[in-house]
Design a protein around this ligand. Structure first.
Ligand SMILES: [Zn+2]
Ligand SMILES: [Zn+2]
Length: 162
């Protein structure tokens, strides 16, 4: 059984091969290439992973990329985020409950640490009886580059969900 501290480990600098081995996942060229692609570009899309893997080891189907990403997410080696209106993104910074800043204009995604301290957002004001193990917070706005380019334009009105 995996000790608990292992799950809480922040991004590790270990070799992807070592990480796979430690999880008891069979080493394949595809899995290694996918791990490396995600490590090289945080918040990468599956399409971009496929491109990177093809550059590295040759042909791979998009379905194989999806299957590999799904396996690695299930094993806790990478994290999947799904900003609304965007393709899923993958990153190898796992276990720290960090959040994301997402630009509405260009879609750029950057990491932002949990609000204060370890993970206070896990302490919901009212948990309604749920056992909470993850808080996914996305801060939406415009990144610095897009702000520079669009300063003359008023921000888009938010759609109401009433
Ligand atoms: Zn932007
Ligand atoms: Zn991130």
């Amino acid at each position: 059984m995996t000790p608990n501290f292992d799950m809480l480990r922040l991004k590790v600098s270990s070799d992807p091969a070592e990480l796979l081995r430690r999880r008891g996942i069979q080493l394949t060229a595809q899995r290694l290439a996918v791990m490396r692609a995600v490590a090289a570009e945080p918040h990468i899309t599956a399409d971009a992973v496929a491109d990177a893997v093809r550059d590295g080891i040759g042909a791979i189907s998009l379905q194989s990329v999806y299957d590999t990403l799904t396996l690695l997410v299930a094993e806790g080696l990478i994290r999947r985020i799904q900003p609304s209106g965007s393709a899923a993104r993958f990153e190898d910074r796992v276990g720290d409950n960090h959040h994301h800043l997402i630009c509405r204009v260009c879609g750029r995604v950057v990491d932002v640490n949990c609000a204060v301290g370890a993970a206070p957002c896990l302490e919901a004001a009212d948990n309604r009886g749920y056992e909470i193990d993850e808080a996914e917070v996305a801060y939406w706005g415009r990144c610095p580059d897009c702000r520079k380019q669009r300063t003359h334009r008023p921000p888009t009105k938010r759609s109401r969900h009433t």
